[in-house]
Ligand binder design. Structure first.
Ligand code: CUA
Length: 151
């Protein structure tokens, strides 16, 4: 009798896991990254916001970073901001799907070509944050990284 209980219990667990996995896949499918604008990846350089990728101070401890991703680099790389800064990222890819993940933060975005990805993050703690591409984008994928330094 005891065996039957365990069997039922483990079967129930499997069902729950399957449900969670299914639900996550479904939820992600229904809510793709917050693509707000569509652009032509071939013309990224001519887009008003992307013709000069870089970091701009837009307020007191507030920065805008316009960044392009392409195999296998982030432009601009090695960004520096003072501690306590709020950084608004505007990202796009010039070629294939890349990822934008900042270790130690909640920043994690998919950056597909043809879309503009906007995300904001406040950096309170000083340190060097590793920025990684977390979408496989080719032979140099694992080398695609940069840093954000918070001082
Ligand atoms: Cu870019 Cu992987």
């Amino acid at each position: 009798r005891e065996e039957k209980i365990w069997l039922t219990l483990s079967f129930g667990m499997i069902m729950i896991f399957m449900f969670i996995t299914g639900y996550q896949a479904f939820a992600q499918g229904m809510a793709p990254p917050s693509n707000k604008e569509i652009i032509d990846p071939q013309k990224v350089d001519q887009q008003a916001s992307f013709d000069k990728p870089g970091i701009t101070k837009i307020g007191d401890k507030e920065y805008e970073v316009v960044m392009t991703l392409q195999v296998f680099s982030f432009n601009p790389g090695n960004i520096e901001v003072p501690a306590g800064s709020t950084v608004h990222f505007t990202l796009t890819s010039k070629d294939v799907v890349h990822g934008f993940e900042v270790a130690g933060t909640n920043l994690n975005a998919m950056v597909p070509p043809g879309h503009i990805q906007k995300i904001t993050q406040k950096f309170d703690k000083a340190g060097t944050y590793l920025v990684l591409c977390n979408e496989y984008c080719g032979a140099g994928h694992q080398m695609m990284s940069t840093t954000i330094t918070v001082k």
